[in-house]
Design a protein around this ligand. Structure first.
Ligand SMILES: [Zn+2]
Length: 300
């Protein structure tokens, strides 16, 4: 029995595309690999990278659909990920990786980077994506001349997929492709630094919807009299759209001040929080020494 992947991967289709799994890790032959195809969304369906990584192999010169023939003459892309796992994307359309996506071997891609159009090139009975996660025996010689993982499905891992039940694809189910980070907030901590008491400093927070569907985003207005001020709102964001929030800080003293923006949405991870910190000029310490740690997650 294969083990689940170490990494968590996104559904490898453009966000918002509905994708039906027709062969899961149990029913696919050989096992532990996945077949899926777009069923609703913008056509031609766009295949995207399932995680950040580097393109190690790229074949897209073939154009013929030739099920059950040898050799398959598949088009495929293999991406190596930092965790040692590799992902494969097969049957994409002729030249759609090199020409339409403009990619080449050695290119670094992000989760969600366009790789090419869903196709039926090679050993395919219809338009679909063959997807798999594997750990090569030898990363310097991972695949054979036909693009297949050396060592066979014993080297495969069951893909763990974010945002779906049990993180596991199930035969016959339809899923909506989305980013693993459905709501991207930049920055996640806003530091105003030192501001002269009685004057105001303004910062902008940007929120992007990568959930794959329309999102309703709401924020209650700042409390009356707070040194941090922002406007409340409730707005609808389409997949891929961003909105900005202006926050002003008007210190009254040299004290260190903190607050939290609490955004609510219908996306996973709600409420989404943003830390605010600042202080008035004078006194000790400076805000940079007391700012909470905060990372910025971003995805194209
Ligand atoms: Zn397959």
């Amino acid at each position: 029995m294969a083990t689940p992947s170490a990494g968590t991967y996104r559904i490898p289709y453009q966000s918002g595309t509905n994708v039906e799994v027709t062969r899961d890790h149990l029913s696919h032959e050989p096992p532990t690999r996945i077949d899926m195809h777009g069923v609703d969304g913008d056509e031609p369906y766009r295949i995207v990278a399932a995680a950040d990584g580097v393109i190690r192999f790229l074949v897209d010169r073939f154009s013929e659909q030739r099920p059950d023939r040898t050799p398959c003459n598949n088009n495929y892309v293999w991406i190596e990920h930092d965790n040692g796992e590799w992902t494969k994307y097969s049957h994409m359309r002729h030249r759609s990786t090199s020409r339409d996506a403009g990619l080449a071997v050695g290119d670094r891609v992000r989760a969600g980077t366009f790789l090419g159009f869903e196709g039926a090139v090679g050993c395919a009975h219809g338009e679909h994506l063959h997807f798999e996660v594997g750990v090569p025996i030898d990363p310097d010689d991972p695949i054979d001349d036909d693009g297949f993982l050396r060592g066979g499905s014993a080297r495969n891992r069951i893909p763990r997929i974010c945002g779906i039940s049990g993180q596991t694809f199930v035969d016959g189910e339809t899923y909506r492709a989305a980013s693993c980070t459905p709501v991207v907030i930049v920055p996640t901590v806003v530091s105003f630094g030192s501001v002269r008491p009685g004057t105001s400093s303004r910062r902008t927070v940007t929120v992007t919807n990568l959930s794959g569907r329309d999102m309703t985003l709401s924020l209650a207005a700042s409390p009356a009299g707070s040194v941090f001020q922002w406007s409340g709102f409730s707005r609808r964001l389409h997949q891929g759209d961003a909105t900005s929030i202006q926050v002003t800080f008007t210190p009254r003293s040299s004290a260190i001040e903190r607050a939290t923006l609490r955004l609510t949405s219908n996306a996973a991870g709600s409420p989404h929080t943003v830390g605010l910190v600042g202080k008035g000029v004078g006194g000790f310490p400076t805000p940079s020494e007391v700012s909470p740690a905060g990372g910025i997650r971003q995805e194209p």
